[in-house]
Design a protein around this ligand. Structure first.
Ligand SMILES: [Zn+2]
Length: 84
């Protein structure tokens, strides 16, 4: 859930479509903790496999709406982290 209690992606169609990823693998996604992350790069993991580096997304890149705050991400135990 976003800062205003709405679902992530409710601010505009562009974000909604970017999260849906119907024709591609989305790089913006909501974690199990309810934090919205965007992938910012590809890194080599310990097992030599490539993994995506995710960073919490605070503002929608398409319309500029604030979607969550650093405090909310902290409260949910989020932060920079490698995933996938
Ligand atoms: Zn938006």
């Amino acid at each position: 859930m976003a800062a205003d209690g709405k679902e992530f992606g409710s601010c505009c169609e562009s974000l909604k479509e970017a999260m849906a990823g119907e024709d591609f693998e989305p790089l913006i996604s909501e974690s199990e903790e309810g934090i919205l992350y965007m992938s910012v790069g590809i890194a080599e993991m310990d097992d030599k496999e490539q993994g995506m580096i995710d960073h919490p997304m605070f503002f929608c890149p398409f319309c500029g709406t604030k979607v969550q705050t650093p405090e909310e991400v902290d409260a949910k135990g989020g932060g920079d982290h490698p995933t996938h």
